[in-house]
Design a protein around this ligand. Structure first.
Ligand code: PLP
Length: 479
């Protein structure tokens, strides 16, 4: 279709943003980013907008003609920024962190510019080869043995889904993808109640069904699933005609940081020839510090492990490192090769889209390269160690204050606490009061059926002064 000049007006493509303006706007956006980071402490951590506030400021339909970039940027400040919860705020103590260290952001800017799809080796050899090497850097950094190979998934949820699908196919002698599940043996998968809900979702999506996710009771300070109870559950399932398929364990569960006893749990998985997946989405980053690796002693025997460098380590979202003892089982489960994806003459090379559910994939390894090179592991270790020390100090401080009680002791840099003598509603009111106030941001969980308040330290720029500040805010808001 020709766009015809009418009445002396410029054609639409000349009015819209041009490449020659891009560097000017790119520079402005970079300056904006630096200013944003330097003013984060002056902003409320959690967005203070009410539902609908932002949508009300956005035009209900797309414009027919172009808007100038100046106006779009002004509207970005006016419409968007008040509705942002600042995950890069140093006083973000909610959920787990989603750090975006500056070198990893720069890498992402380059990746956005190149905008390559990296599904096959051929569709960007540098992305595939960088991914292989970066995953091996990470493997060494977290102390996993050489037999693990890695792939970057878009999320820990995707890695867990890929592992569950592998469990399913392996347990069905690789017939599930072809024949479907109706008429197949009823599969069982085992985990504790401490694992993230991405496990439940994976079970649903894989067609295994929530009823076949067997929760094993926990015991001990680390809230590990009880290996003896696990064994008994598997034996009784076999006796009842079910087919056990796999075990999902956690190192650093979301609620309290629970860590399964991997030596004992993986002994059981070997005894019954079950596929094992370890979710260390948050705590895996901590394993760059050798002294924390006792939390996952025994991990060497796992089949599949996921950790998110996009959480505590500093790589901008999204970046989930998925390690596999036997990638061939995953590829056998997920690979599909229509003619249009064949790369004749390049057989035998890694095509990472065969290791994951989505076909399209971004060039995620570049931010790891930038991050790991520009800090070096020792500087990253120092950060994580400080977070752990400060979490222990803060928990001690709260213990010494009669307004508070510790519910679960720090596991790495996460612990839970409560207001003394207050019911669940009062605990939630306390959390809401703090977050409405905006100086710090915390969230809650349930521990043994009761609300507990989570406190995790992991934001990349947090300082000890921020933790002392948080303590003062919590004392002030408790009364
Ligand atoms: N596993 C654990 C332990 C988590 O804490 C989370 C999210 O916080 C996930 C999995 C899900 O991570 P993702 O958002 O990468 O799917």
């Amino acid at each position: 279709i020709l766009i015809v000049k009418q009445g002396g007006q410029k054609p639409l493509w000349e009015i819209s943003m041009q490449w020659d303006e891009f560097s000017e706007w790119g520079a402005k956006v970079s300056q904006w980013a630096a200013d944003y980071h330097s003013t984060l402490r002056d902003r409320p951590v959690r967005a203070q907008t009410k539902p609908g506030d932002v949508a009300a400021l956005i035009s209900p339909s797309a414009p027919e003609g172009p808007h100038p970039m100046t106006e779009i940027m002004k509207d970005f400040e006016r419409v968007v920024m008040p509705g942002i919860t600042h995950w890069q705020h140093p006083r973000f103590f909610a959920y787990f962190p989603a750090n975006a260290a500056p070198p990893s952001m720069l890498a992402e800017m380059l990746v956005s510019t190149i905008a390559a799809q990296c599904m096959l080796w051929q569709t960007s050899p540098a992305a595939t080869e960088m991914e292989t090497v970066m995953l091996d850097w990470l493997r060494q950094a977290i102390g996993l043995p050489k037999h693990f190979s890695g792939v970057i998934q878009d999320s820990a949820s995707s890695a867990t889904l890929a592992a569950v699908l592998t469990m399913r196919e392996r347990a069905l002698n690789w017939s599930g993808n072809q024949a479907g599940l109706s008429g197949a043996a009823r599969l069982r998968i085992y985990c504790s109640a401490e694992v993230h809900t991405s496990v439940d979702r994976a079970i649903w999506v894989a067609g295994i069904g929530q009823d076949n996710l067997v929760r094993i009771p926990i015991s001990g300070k680390l809230r590990s699933m009880d290996p003896q109870a696990l064994k008994v559950a598997i034996q009784s399932d076999i006796a009842a005609g079910y087919r056990p398929a796999g075990i999902i364990a956690c190192t650093g569960g979301t609620g309290t940081g629970a860590c399964d006893d991997l030596v004992e749990v993986l002994k059981v998985s070997r005894e019954f020839n079950l596929y094992s997946h370890i979710d260390a989405a948050w705590a895996g980053a901590g394993m760059i510090c050798p002294e924390f690796r006792e939390l996952w002693t025994g991990v060497d025997a796992a089949d599949s492990i996921v950790f998110n460098p996009h959480k505590w380590l500093g790589a901008q979202f999204d970046c989930s490192a998925h390690f596999l003892a036997d990638p061939a089982s995953l590829v056998k489960t997920l690979a599909i090769q229509p003619e249009y994806l064949k790369t004749h003459g390049h057989d035998g090379l890694i095509n990472y889209s065969e290791w994951s559910v989505p076909l399209g994939r971004r060039f995620r390894a570049l931010k790891l390269w930038f991050l790991l090179r520009s800090y070096g592991l020792e500087a990253l270790r120092l950060r994580l160690r400080n977070h752990v020390i400060w979490a222990v100090d803060l928990a001690d401080r709260l213990k010494g204050n009669s307004q508070f009680e510790i519910v679960t002791e720090p596991i790495l840099s996460l612990f839970t606490f409560r207001l003394v003598g207050a019911d669940d509603t009062a605990q939630i009111d306390f959390v809401n009061r703090i977050n409405d106030d905006g100086r710090i941001y915390i969230t809650q969980t349930k521990v043994d059926g009761r609300i507990a308040i989570r406190f995790q330290i992991g934001q990349f720029d947090v300082t000890e002064a921020d933790i002392l500040f948080a303590y003062d805010v919590m004392c002030e808001m408790a009364v």
